[in-house]
Write a protein that binds this ligand. Structure first.
Ligand code: UD1
Length: 418
């Protein structure tokens, strides 16, 4: 078992280049199998969720190797269309392989991804989109058997702009005859990233970044190269860390526009922020003030994934801040752990009220989920004394090495084998 030891109280200063995006690379890796060829994925982050995708690709008969920080995926000899339950369970977003396998093979057998730590995570919109494109889907004993001898383009209207359903629909539509139109598509930068990668392979996808995405399917695809965008949630986490600890950091690698709601909240809290293309500089005196209610929403609204980090940053702020979580039901699970450190956060359903306290103190805490785990690290950085975190596998799903990055900025944080 590994533990993170965090000694609070240091200011954060320095420069850092942010790792490649987890949510960007996962659909890109699934998309490699839509073509039969070799793809080069640059700036691929080293994460357990990426390892889970690699395990799925290899199980399907693809070859993968690392070469100078890039992941090379050769999908030429893909010869399977089923993903076993054990691999599906390793990562919730493995369902994204469904649309890609269907586009390539016309048939896919996957187990149901099931619930997750953020609450129930249904895939009804994913399945409705695939059915509309002509797939027949049988759900039996937790297994999904999808067959589509021929897939035909359709007009798809998503009831809400689900990121995963948009990605699955785009991938499946690459294998459908004609032009598919997806209305109410998610507008996240990761959708644009998937479009760019597919187009580099010869696909015809346009409109990503807006609410209407069109995909002209059945194009002849070939291998392609792609550079994964910087991870906006990792950058948001480190900006929040510097905001609460005080100091000056300069972070590179993420388009500042993708972070605008987060930087706006931090400037309202009292930080000075300068943004230019792929660099954000933040200066903070370390004592923040409460801000207007933060409501999570689909992009370009405030990201649900950055909510726990911002909440952690405001634990010692002057005043109270209301957080309204509109995307996931169960996004405040780490709050009980924060209470062990002296935080004052009241939760009622989807609302949490953070009342700033003068000091936090170190404690032994358990990570409850990926972003909640990062929030506990941020609480530890501003607490008096030592904080010890366990269940680090949650954090490792999305951060290459949170201790490497934060120590580079001057934090006292170390991973040890218990
Ligand atoms: C993705 C991100 C995740 C982020 C989330 C919201 C990846 C790998 N993960 O997750 O980090 O927190 O977007 O920005 O990119 N829903 C349904 N039915 C469906 C699909 C979704 O009811 O078929 C609901 C979900 O339960 C949730 C909401 O829609 O309440 C949004 O989910 P969605 O945008 O699909 O999130 P993910 O793609 O799972």
């Amino acid at each position: 078992m590994q533990e993170l030891f965090v000694e609070g109280g240091n200011r954060l200063c320095g420069e850092l280049t942010i790792q490649g995006s987890k949510n960007g690379v996962l659909p890109v890796l699934a998309a490699t199998i839509v073509c039969a060829g070799e793809c080069r994925v640059e700036n691929c982050p080293h994460l357990s969720d990426v390892d889970a995708s690699i395990a799925i690709l290899r199980h399907l008969g693809c070859c993968t190797r690392w070469e100078d920080g890039a992941l090379i995926v050769n999908t030429t000899h893909m010869d399977r269309n089923e993903v076993p339950d054990a691999l599906m369970r390793e990562m919730r977003s493995s369902v994204i392989f469904l649309g890609a396998i269907l586009a390539r093979q016309g048939e896919a057998v996957l187990s149901y991804p099931g619930g997750c730590e953020l609450g129930p995570r249904p895939i009804d919109m994913h399945l409705a989109a695939l059915r509309a494109l002509g797939a027949e889907i049988e759900e039996c004993g937790g297994t999904l058997r999808c067959t589509a001898k021929v897939m035909t383009a359709a007009e798809l209207v998503l009831p809400m702009p689900s990121v995963g359903a948009t990605e699955n629909a785009i991938l499946a539509a690459c294998g459908a005859e004609g032009t598919t139109v997806i209305y109410n598509a998610a507008r996240e930068p990761e959708i644009t990233e998937l479009q760019d990668f597919l187009n580099a392979m010869g696909a015809e996808v346009c409109g990503a970044g807006g609410s209407i995405v069109t995909v002209t399917g059945k194009r002849t695809l070939h291998g392609g190269a792609h550079r994964v965008i910087g991870d906006r949630i990792v950058e948001a986490t480190y900006l929040c860390a510097a905001a609460e600890c005080g100091g000056e950091v300069r972070l590179h690698g993420v388009d500042y526009r993708a972070l605008s709601t987060v930087t706006a909240a931090l400037s309202e809290a009292g930080c000075e922020i300068q943004s230019e293309e792929e660099t954000v500089t933040l200066r903070s005196g370390g004592r923040l003030r409460a801000i207007r209610p933060v409501r999570t929403a689909p992009y370009p609204g405030f990201p649900t994934d950055a909510q726990p980090a911002l909440m952690a940053a405001l634990l010692r702020s002057a005043g109270s801040t209301v957080f309204v979580e509109n995307i996931f039901e169960n996004r405040f699970r780490h709050v009980d752990e924060l209470a062990r450190m002296g935080a004052d956060v009241r939760v009622a359903g989807r609302v949490a009220v953070v009342s700033g306290v003068r000091t936090l103190h170190g404690a032994r805490v358990k990570c409850t989920d990926l972003r909640g785990g990062a929030a506990l690290v941020l609480a530890g950085l501003q607490a008096e004394g030592e904080t010890r975190l366990t269940l680090l596998e949650h954090i490792d799903r999305g951060y290459e090495s949170i201790e490497r990055d934060l120590s580079a900025l001057g934090a006292r944080i170390e991973r040890r084998n218990a």
